[in-house]
Design a protein around this ligand. Structure first.
Ligand SMILES: [Zn+2]
Length: 241
């Protein structure tokens, strides 16, 4: 039985033109909400055929591609290479703009522990703990994220079924329990760099993410650049469609 979901409603919607550092540009319809369960300011970006004013009757066609993206100030804004969040966000915006759908920007910094605690965890990682053990050492769960607000936004946007852009099985499981009908799971690309390889390997092994991260010794022949990863993700979206 799906958990009972508190009702959220659209509060404001505006059109925002986007341009990323690499020059990629598109247009988003940005939505804010009333009634989100944790009282935080989560926002949805409608992209592609969802970048116009909200139309509750827009149900025809394939299910919209939806990505819940957890805020990462260091990665999303400053391009931190300790994680792949910035590259994932950039990729998701283009994939969703092509397919039509929504990016749900969730204010869950550091897997829900907050910015300062995330930086504390980085300090512990520099002493040798992996990303999950560092969170545990600070007294937090390995992953504190709760996707109730994502499910609330999906419902407020009138979506009865979605294709989920994610490698994280916990997102799919939580959203399913919250009553979101997921028709497809579309994987995101792997954005490997010399500095985030350990993080990605941990994410794959400890978080059970469906990432194909090579053994650390094989970096040299395996590094996938952002553009190539984006193209392979686009091929995956096409296959799913
Ligand atoms: Zn990050």
């Amino acid at each position: 039985m799906p958990r009972k979901l508190p009702t959220a409603t659209i509060r404001t919607q505006v059109t925002v033109p986007l341009r990323f550092a690499d020059g990629y540009a598109t247009t988003a319809r940005v939505f804010t909400f009333n009634g989100l369960a944790d009282g935080l300011e989560h926002v949805a970006f409608g992209l592609g055929d969802r970048s116009g004013p909200f139309n509750p009757g827009q149900q025809s066609g394939p299910p919209p591609l939806v990505r819940p993206h957890s805020e990462c100030l260091t990665g999303d804004v400053f391009g931190s290479q300790r994680c792949d969040c910035g590259a994932q966000l950039r990729e998701a915006v283009e994939l969703i703009a092509d397919a039509g759908g929504y990016l749900l920007y969730l204010r869950q910094e550091g897997r829900g522990i907050g910015l300062y605690a995330k930086v504390d965890a980085y300090a512990l990682q520099d002493e040798g703990l992996d990303t999950y053990d560092a969170n545990l050492a600070l007294g937090y769960a390995a992953d504190q994220r709760d996707y109730t607000v994502a499910a609330q936004m999906v419902r407020a946007l009138g979506l009865t079924r979605v294709a989920l852009l994610s490698n994280n099985p916990d997102k799919a499981a939580q959203l399913g329990r919250l009553g979101v009908a997921i028709t497809d799971r579309v994987p995101t690309g792997v954005h490997l760099s010399a500095t985030n390889a350990g993080y990605l390997a941990t994410k794959a092994h400890r978080g059970l993410h469906t990432l194909d991260v090579p053994a650390l010794g094989q970096h040299a022949k395996w590094v996938i650049g952002g553009a190539e990863a984006l193209e392979s993700s686009k091929r995956a979206v096409k296959r799913e469609a």
